[in-house]
Write a new protein. Structure first.
Lengths: 1189, 412
């Protein structure tokens, strides 16, 4: 069995060994805890998916029609979580089709299909965050939210924090404390600001469920461990502290006494006392401010309707915690409705019978606590993971929970009666050589109490045992490679990576990979290049590496660049900022000169026009380039449309900006430093991201600028640029953290020479790790920096020197004790116990990260190692030395060699290590990669060249004016208004006042009244006498238009209506209506479709009267109420209208000859119009709509 | 096991119309692939009415499809109700209410109606609406702090460089009536009519020949006119019920409530535009080329939103015991989305194109729709797709045969 789809064939995947054993144990019990500890690539997710699928199947066969409701499957990783449902469905199918388990034979194909559909609706499958979010949805209202908040909207959360901090600044009660804190912890590039420290403290308190008071006591404990004798009274206290932190042997105290003499001792003690006091004060300040900050945060997240994932877990846990012992919770949690709480809990507990947790080592304390509420000792829990892959300590993942589950059988708040643990050591990912190579490196590393085994976690190493066969092509090509180079400068430095005039680490790796792709070393059996990932611990050296790889002709994709660190996105932001006040010359200047638009180099012309784009475009057409003109026109267009932007979602008007400036295709080349497809992907991602952030809210340009300000300032804090389609690059650069859960054919470990102590607690202002919290001493006290206190580089206290291993006596250090005292153990650090513990855990995680990086490789693993040997032992401090020792590369050169394993490895007794094992003269024929040249990255949107509008719906009455002059009548047509053609004046002697109603409305009223009287079978006598029935119908028609017509106006209309009715009763139409042999339809719809070229135009008519006689002959009549003498144009309009009816009649299958068509006009003029125009004229008239196109 | 309930979830009887599948990476890539197909079909003289795009839910897809259509020179129309609150005519009446609602008005609030092309109902010799550059100039020249309308009139008078027409607006605001049901309608109706007369032509003048913005603006005018008329009765009712006060703030709030109910005309006026439907509008239509967009697990079908427990739904679906008399909701078994999928399949006469994307913007994988399992599709190769979306666009070879047949069919 393998987790690699490429290895699949016709045979179904079958669980083996530990996989099989844990599955058997799981199904042998109705309840219990079942733990699978796995090495990388051991298929733990496959086991999880199998167990889920089989569990669903068994429940179904046992009679549960909705088994998916009872099996929860969760993972930490979002990408993997998205895969769970399809994977369970596939596994269900495989199990049934291949009868892999006994119950498989009990379901039919239809039932299998049904089950798959049910799984697709499974409510508890996805990320842990997703499950908790669902749970929270039930209690959101109870914990003070009007509706379900958005979760994980980073932009809005940044704003919440900023607002909270701003409110604190404005509060006189906290203003002084904040100012003192800001002075004590001033802004610096690599240090947390006070705002960031508060944010970190808040998250930590929530993660650890701490009240501010408890948090405070943790800070005090840390301070006390730094001052083990309390506030120093004498120089002896300082010496005593040094001896405690360094060890009492080897004259440690004497050396301090020798270094500090005379009055310096008193100065030092005084400074230390001052530092102590200031530290106490700042802890007080910080906690007082934090308490207020927490309250503000509580209110603000409710106001904005937003939470982060930790908040959700925290609130779920807080809501369901009925212990009444939580001092960290506000009073509102003590008054919640117990019955509601019980009901929800009951629903979840009785619903989720099985809980399957993948990547269990990544679960945080608060997630664990929240999940605990829905699990009882009657549940069945399967957890799989790998403690050695726990690399998220920095974001509060805590592998201890999983470790304890595996070793002690306690998990999710239950001490399980039934608990089974298995360890799967077979890896299905890498070839045997790589497995053996990793074992050679990792086994001593994890056994070493100064490296992998330095922290709290039990890191007992299980050797990888590769299931894949090696050498699939039958040759002996190595899978483990070393890029060997001389080594210039300090390992980890820019010079080391890419020295001037020499071959550095990055250069050699680039050559190795480039030539290896060319000569087939890193190609598959068909000679196709393998996929290559270069993994970094940190981003610091990526630029040097990128230069080196690019110089070798390799196309590099860096996966972790910030979305807001891209010219197209920067341009969008700059334009939004301009749109806040586009009339401002200053803003226009900034936009045109400072943004990536870079539209102006020579500013003279623009200054002379006060940066007024309208004037510049109007007056100086010749003095600006075509590119500039296009840009300025785009900006002016945006300005003119920006009036509506505050009503539209940002994602919509940002698309307007992108379109107006053609940012996807970039015809002006102002964004040319980005790959075109990456540019398109970035712009797409920006719009999608904004859309996600907005939800139901909308951000005006100014609000948007406000929202994204933190990401513009620090793009790394915001979303990343997306990965683009297709293999458009040879090599991908990623951080090892982001590669977790992934794999690649060729993996390169980059920049292993960094010092792993460089980012320890001695560089941090706030420490929030596990049970330990600490606030660094303030930097504002007067510390005599010239007085040294051996072995502390920074004396009493100092944080100026970023390259030092310590921040002085009174904070953390990265010194090994062996560097001070030869007799010390090699795994002990200098410093107070609590801070040492933090440093150890951080260091241990760096080694686990190396293990994760190494185990991403499938076919080839490449590490860069220097041939130079400086003699010093840095094995504890650098990946480089551990790799070199593990591969026994020390003192070797450029020749391949054999790494002996002496029978201790399950894969190989010896491994061939290739050293620079490529043909250095091999040339790659470029372009070997597929590149995607897309329309969208090349061409502007074509809005302005779209074919002109052509009306799609017409009526017989509007045919004439629209086809006569489409431009004139387009707007009234779109507004559904009557299309007025030229008419004569209304005669002055008519009894019509037109006070309230115009001629058009009067005509409509009278027309309605007339047809309605016919509909109601009104007899001639009633009509002629204008009796009450006529008046009632007339009034109805008037009221439908306006109820506020005065009596005089109404009466005048009624008088005129009498004339109309008189004409009507004298007409041939009336004769036909009253003829007992005819069948009369009033207001009859008549529709049809006309085609002009390849366009279709729908004509929808409604004839006033359709009268059919006993012979089947029909007359179509339209009635017009005339208030004026008809013009020749009116006549033509009527004729075309009638022709249209003929056309429609034809379209409806009626023979033209049998339908007579007339327009009857009553009122000022009384006449009957018949047409001489054939029906075909409609087609010709419609053709006019296409005009000269 | 009972099999009745499988009727809603069993295999779909697929029509014989050939189906091809296009797989793109992101939602926007997918939208562009879909529109590139339309463009390629048009280049082969397939009439625009012979092509339609169908999605399960327009909300997440409208914007990507709209932009993709413009990229490929296609005017799209979306058969969904107008989002009137996002239109200029609506924003205009709302901004007028905002000015009238406050005793002291900020500069931006004061100028907002003018930005949105307010003009007096009886236009004098002056040209209206005020040009955008003049409004923005006024923004830089007038004081920012809030003041009363009369103070604003004075401020405008005393600022020489500000356009004279601002005074007309100030006077109009100053003479506005108290908000009574009749006066509200009268005043807002005036505003909308003036917009239709002088604001809308500005949209048309700046618009592309396909009149995409003009059409939307005109639909909005029609809708806002109706909305204003509805305001009269609803405002009177609320005043009578005591749930609202005679304030322009309440008028604006009420207008918002009415507007977001989203009825209104859906028909579209351009004979040259591509129809883009939601799947519930596709039934009974017959269109040679149908492009079904968004065939992903989370979009089509959409997860059931029913509040009833799944086990209860299932019991009714099974019709066992007393639940036999209860009617199941098709949506419980994905039935409605499934039916609409079947409608979509059946509406395609010549060729069905199904498209989907594989990743979210965050890089998470997006699995395909399970409904696709019922369909035997020919997947367009990546090389064909690249060619399709390249500047040298070509209809994928997998589809070419259908177009030739279509032309032949037409010739006959």
């Amino acid at each position: 069995m393998s987790d690699d789809p490429d290895d699949g064939d016709a045979d179904p995947l079958v669980l083996r060994d530990a996989q099989r054993a844990i599955r058997d144990a799981y199904f042998d019990h109705e309840a219990g805890l079942f733990v699978l500890s796995c090495v990388p690539g051991a298929g733990k997710s496959v086991v999880a998916h199998h167990i889920a699928a089989e569990d669903v199947l068994r429940r179904y066969v046992a009679g549960d029609p909705t088994p998916e409701q009872h099996v929860a499957v969760i993972s930490f990783n979002r990408d993997e979580a998205a895969d769970i449902v399809p994977k369970i469905c596939d596994r269900l199918q495989t199990i049934v089709e291949h009868d892999l388990v006994p119950v498989a034979t009990d379901v039919s194909d239809a039932e299998l299909h049904y089950l798959r559909q049910r799984v697709q609706q499974a409510p508890y499958v996805g990320t842990i965050d997703g499950l908790l979010r669902g749970l929270f949805q039930n209690v959101a209202h109870e914990v003070g939210f009007d509706e379900m908040p958005s979760v994980g909207n980073d932009a809005l959360l940044k704003r919440v924090h900023r607002d909270c901090y701003g409110s604190l600044r404005d509060d006189p009660e906290h203003d002084q404390r904040l100012r003192d804190l800001e002075a004590a912890y001033p802004d610096a590039e690599y240090d947390d600001s006070v705002a960031e420290m508060l944010e970190a403290a808040l998250t930590y308190c929530r993660d650890q469920r701490l009240s501010t008071e408890t948090f405070r006591s943790e800070l005090v404990r840390t301070r006390d461990s730094v001052y083990p004798t309390g506030k120093p009274e004498s120089f002896g206290d300082i010496v005593n502290s040094v001896e405690q932190f360094v060890g009492r042997s080897d004259r440690v105290g004497d050396r301090v006494r020798e270094a500090v003499v005379g009055s310096d001792r008193e100065r030092l003690v005084n400074a230390d006392r001052e530092l102590y006091d200031a530290w106490c004060d700042r802890i007080d300040d910080f906690c007082a401010v934090l308490s207020a900050y927490r309250s503000l945060y509580r209110e603000t997240v409710r106001e904005y309707g937003v939470l982060d994932h930790t908040d959700v877990a925290f609130l779920v846990d807080a809501y369901f915690d009925d212990s009444g012992e939580r001092s960290d919770l506000p009073d509102s949690f003590r008054t919640i409705d117990d019955s509601h709480r019980e009901r929800i809990l009951q629903r979840y507990r009785s619903g989720i019978r099985s809980l399957i947790v993948d990547e269990a080592q990544d679960v945080s304390a608060i997630q664990h606590a929240a999940l605990s509420h829905i699990v009882t000792d009657e549940s069945r829990v399967f957890a799989c993971g790998d403690v050695l892959q726990g690399i998220y300590l920095w974001r509060h993942a805590d592998p201890t929970w999983f470790d304890t589950a595996a070793t002690d059988g306690t998990y999710l708040g239950v001490d399980w009666d039934t608990h089974e643990t298995r360890t799967a050591t077979t890896t299905y990912r890498c070839v045997p050589d790589i497995a053996a190579g990793i074992n050679a490196i990792a086994e001593p590393m994890f056994a070493d109490s100064a490296r992998g085994n330095l922290g709290d976690l039990d890191t007992q190493y299980s050797r990888l045992n590769a299931a894949r066969s090696g050498d699939s092509d039958g040759d002996d090509d190595p899978a483990m490679h070393v890029s060997s180079f001389t080594g210039v400068g300090r390992p980890g430095s820019a010079r080391w990576a890419d020295p001037d005039g020499a071959v550095g680490e990055a250069n050699m790796l680039a050559t190795h990979i480039s030539r290896g792709l060319a000569d087939g070393t890193f190609c598959d059996d068909e000679g196709e290049p393998l996929s290559v990932t270069v993994l970094f611990r940190r981003g610091t050296r990526m630029p040097e590496y990128e230069n080196a790889f690019t110089a070798e002709g390799l196309r590099v994709h860096t996966a972790s660049e910030g979305l807001f660190d891209c010219p197209a996105v920067e341009t969008v932001c700059a334009v939004c900022e301009w749109l806040i006040a586009p009339g401002s010359a200053q803003r226009t200047t900034e936009l045109l000169t400072d943004s990536p638009l870079n539209a102006v180099s020579d500013t003279e012309l623009f200054e002379s026009h006060s940066w007024d784009l309208d004037r510049i475009c109007d007056d100086n057409q010749a003095d600006i380039t075509d590119d500039q003109r296009r840009t300025f026109c785009g900006l002016l267009r945006l300005r003119d449309r920006s009036d509506i932007f505050h009503r539209q979602p940002a994602s919509t008007y940002v698309e307007e900006i992108i379109e107006a400036l053609a940012l996807r295709s970039d015809p002006n080349g102002c964004l040319s430093d980005t790959d075109p497809n990456q540019r398109v992907a970035n712009v797409d991602a920006l719009v999608e991201t904004l859309s996600q952030w907005e939800g139901d809210t909308q951000y005006s340009p100014s609000a948007l600028i406000d929202l994204v300000a933190p990401f513009r300032e620090d793009p790394a804090a915001g979303p990343s640029q997306p990965s683009t389609t297709g293999a458009r690059y040879d090599v991908e650069f990623r951080t090892a953290h982001r590669a977790k859960g992934d794999q690649d054919d060729v993996v390169v470990i980059a920049d292993p020479g960094f010092s792993n102590w460089s980012q320890g607690p001695h560089t941090q202002r706030i420490i929030t790790q596990g049970s330990i919290a600490g606030l660094a001493p303030p930097t504002t006290t007067d510390v005599p920096s010239e007085i040294t206190i051996p072995p502390f580089d920074n004396g009493l206290y100092g944080t100026e020197d970023g390259w030092s291993r310590d921040a002085g006596l009174r904070w953390a250090t990265a010194h090994w004790r062996t560097a001070v005292s030869e007799s010390a153990e090699r795994d002990v650090l200098v410093g107070p116990d609590r801070l040492q513990e933090v440093a150890k855990n951080e260091r241990a995680e760096v080694w686990r990260l190396l293990y994760v990086a190494l185990t991403r490789a499938r076919d080839h693993l490449v590490v860069p190692l220097p041939r130079s040997d400086r003699g010093e032992d840095h094995t504890r401090d650098r990946w480089l030395d551990t790799l070199r020792d593990g591969l026994d590369f020390r003192e070797r050169g450029t020749e391949p060699y054999e790494l002996k394993r002496d029978g201790s490895d399950p894969n190989r007794n010896a491994i061939d290590i290739g050293v620079n094992d490529v043909d250095l003269f091999a040339q790659r024929s470029l372009p070997a990669l597929q590149t995607t040249n897309t329309d969208v990255s090349n061409s502007r949107p074509q809005r302005d060249s779209l074919d002109p509008w052509v009306p799609r719906f017409l009526s017989p009455s509007t045919l004439y004016p629209l086809t006569e002059s489409v431009d004139t009548y387009t707007l009234p047509h779109l507004l559904g208004e009557p299309l007025h053609t030229e008419t004569n004046d209304v005669p002055a002697d008519l009894p019509l006042r037109f006070d309230r109603l115009g001629p058009e409305e009067v005509g409509t009223c009278l027309h309605t009244a007339l047809t309605r009287l016919v509909l109601r079978d009104t007899d001639e006598q009633t009509l002629r006498t204008m009796g009450p029935k006529v008046r009632t119908v007339f009034d109805e028609a008037v009221d439908e238009v306006s109820t506020r017509v005065s009596e005089d106006e109404r009466d005048g209309m009624f008088v005129f209506f009498e004339t109309v009715l008189g004409d009507f009763l004298d007409s041939a139409l009336w004769e036909r209506i009253v003829d007992p042999e005819t069948d009369v339809s009033v207001e009859r719809p008549l529709d049809g479709l006309a085609e002009i070229n390849d366009l279709e135009v729908e004509i929808h008519g409604q004839t006033d009267f359709l009268i059919e006689d006993s012979n089947g002959d029909r007359v179509v009549t339209d009635v017009k109420i005339s208030l004026t003498e008809p013009t020749p144009e009116t006549q033509r309009r009527y004729e075309l209208q009638i022709a249209a009816y003929a056309f429609l009649a034809q379209k409806n299958g009626d023979a033209d000859s049998l339908v007579q068509r007339t327009v009857e006009t009553f009122g000022v003029t009384s006449e009957t119009t018949t047409t001489s125009w054939p029906a075909e004229i409609i087609q010709k008239r419609l053709q006019r709509l296409l005009g000269a196109q | 096991m009972e099999s009745d309930r499988f009727a809603l979830s069993g295999p779909i009887d697929t029509p014989e119309t050939p189906a091809v599948e296009i797989v793109s990476r992101t939602r926007r890539d997918e939208a562009r692939s879909a529109m590139a197909v339309v463009a390629a079909l048009r280049e082969r003289d397939v009439p625009i009415r012979d092509v339609a795009v169908v999605v399960r839910d327009l909300d997440p897809n409208e914007e990507p499809l709209f932009r993709a259509a413009l990229q490929y020179g296609i005017a799209p129309v979306f058969w969904t109700q107008l989002r009137v609150t996002q239109t200029r005519p609506y924003a205009l009446i709302e901004s007028v209410c905002a000015v009238l609602a406050q005793d002291r008005v900020g500069r931006d609030t004061l100028l907002r109606p003018l930005e949105l092309r307010w003009s007096p109902v009886d236009s004098t010799a002056e040209a209206w609406p005020i040009e955008p550059e003049e409004v923005h100039r006024a923004k830089t020249e007038l004081p920012a702090s809030p003041r009363s309308v009369s103070e604003w009139i004075e401020a405008i008078r005393s600022t020489d460089t500000v356009d004279e027409r601002l005074r007309t607006f100030g006077d109009w605001i100053d003479s506005a009536p108290r908000p009574e049901p009749e006066s509200v309608v009268s005043l807002l109706d005036e505003v909308v009519s003036a917009y239709a007369e002088r604001g809308l032509p500005e949209t048309m003048a700046a618009d592309s020949p396909a009149l995409l913005d003009t059409e939307t603006d005109a639909r909005a005018v029609v809708r806002v006119r109706t909305l204003v008329q509805q305001l009269r009765h609803k405002f009177a009712d609320r005043l009578e019920a005591g749930t609202m006060e005679r304030s322009w703030n309440d008028v604006a709030e009420l207008a918002g409530v009415i507007a977001t109910q989203r009825p209104g005309r859906r028909e579209h006026s351009n004979a040259r535009a591509l129809d883009i439907f939601e799947a519930n509008d596709i039934w009974a239509l017959e269109i040679p080329f149908v492009i079904a967009v968004g065939m992903t697990e989370t979009e089509w079908p959409q997860p059931s939103q029913s509040a009833l427990p799944a086990a209860f739904q299932e019991a009714i679906l099974r019709g066992e015991g007393e639940s036999e008399t209860l009617a199941p909701q098709p949506a419980w078994a994905g039935g409605r989305d499934r039916d609409q999928f079947v409608d979509t399949l059946q509406s395609a006469g010549q060729c069905l194109v199904v498209t989907r994307h594989t990743h979210t913007v965050d890089g998470d994988e997006v699995p395909p729709s399970p409904l696709l399992e019922h369909l035997d599709t020919q997947c367009i190769s990546e090389a064909s797709r690249r060619q399709l979306i390249s500047p040298d666009r070509a209809l994928p070879p997998e589809m070419r045969g259908f177009v030739v047949e279509a032309s032949e069919g037409n010739d006959e």
